[in-house]
Design a protein around this ligand. Structure first.
Ligand SMILES: CCCCCCCC/C=C\CCCCCCCC(=O)SCCNC(=O)CCNC(=O)[C@H](O)C(C)(C)COP(=O)(O)OP(=O)(O)OC[C@H]1O[C@@H](n2cnc3c(N)ncnc32)[C@H](O)[C@@H]1OP(=O)(O)O
Length: 220
């Protein structure tokens, strides 16, 4: 179900509202590689059994890196435009915790339009652990929240999550390919109703539905 496609011309440019907007192609490939390496680092740290001397050396190296990289920071709220199949466009924060391209924590990388909704594949490493070997329920909800929110933004209008309901049907395993899909199911005034699910090996592990409330963006 599509609410109203919005071509580029209709969509406010966050730059007009004082936000930094970075074109995707302006992001150095080395930054995207670093993001992947740091995601692996977080998992490695969470599970390391290295001896104390090695841990102390790693701490010094990481502190030094943090200082070097932090010396030049983008402002909080920096965004990038996302171009979707069919000419749809939206904006996402670069550091979005679930799908930001420069956030090492963000596990959703490859959202795309498919079957009238959005779809993505992801594998969550040990940094997302809740029960032994399983994805933390909060991260399951976060994946759904983001995909449902993006679906509302891409097929309708950008909105904020007013309500999110998650049914955990089966344990969602770590280190195993997952698929996340979502679609719009209805629109009522400012409310966009969206639903979706996470699948593992074809089986639904979690279902989510949300009400995204469209927010008015003032004219500048
Ligand atoms: C300058 C250009 C900028 C462009 C920038 C683009 C960036 C794009 C980025 C990314 C793409 C999207 C990705 C997002 C994915 C992640 C989503 C999140 O994490 S969002 C963060 C968490 N959510 C909040 O922080 C909301 C906090 N809540 C609020 O701010 C308000 O409560 C809000 C806006 C949701 C509603 O407040 P009201 O005052 O505007 O409107 P009222 O009148 O209360 O509600 C409107 C309708 O919604 C229903 N409603 C409201 N809350 C409800 C609820 N909890 N359950 C059910 N219905 C609810 C009401 O009953 C009403 O319905 P009736 O039209 O009368 O039928």
């Amino acid at each position: 179900m599509t609410v109203d496609a919005h071509p580029i011309a209709d969509l406010p440019n966050p730059a007009d509202y004082g936000f930094t907007v970075i074109e995707r192609q302006e992001l150095p490939a080395d930054l995207l590689t670093l993001v992947d390496r740091v995601r692996e680092l977080v998992d490695a740290v969470a599970h390391t059994e290295a001896d104390p001397a090695e841990l102390a050396a790693a701490s010094r190296t990481v502190s030094e890196l943090t200082e070097r990289l932090g010396a030049r920071r983008r402002p909080v709220g920096a965004m990038t435009r996302q171009d979707w199949e069919g000419g749809r466009v939206d904006y996402n924060t670069l550091a979005n915790a679930v799908s930001g391209v420069t956030n090492p924590v963000a596990p959703l990388r490859n959202l795309r339009v498919e079957d009238g909704g959005l779809r993505a594949e992801t594998t969550l490493n040990g940094a997302y652990e809740g029960p032994p070997g399983l994805v933390h329920g909060g991260w399951v909800a976060a994946l759904l929240d983001q995909v449902l929110g993006e679906t509302s933004a891409v097929f309708g209008r950008m909105g904020l999550t007013a309500n999110l309901t998650v049914d955990y049907r089966r344990p969602t395993p770590l280190n195993t390919p997952l698929t996340v899909v979502s679609r719009i199911t209805g629109v009522e005034r400012r409310k966009v109703f969206v639903s979706g699910e996470i699948r593992c090996a074809g089986e639904i592990t979690a279902e989510g539905s949300a009400i995204m409330v469209r927010v008015a963006i003032p004219e500048v």
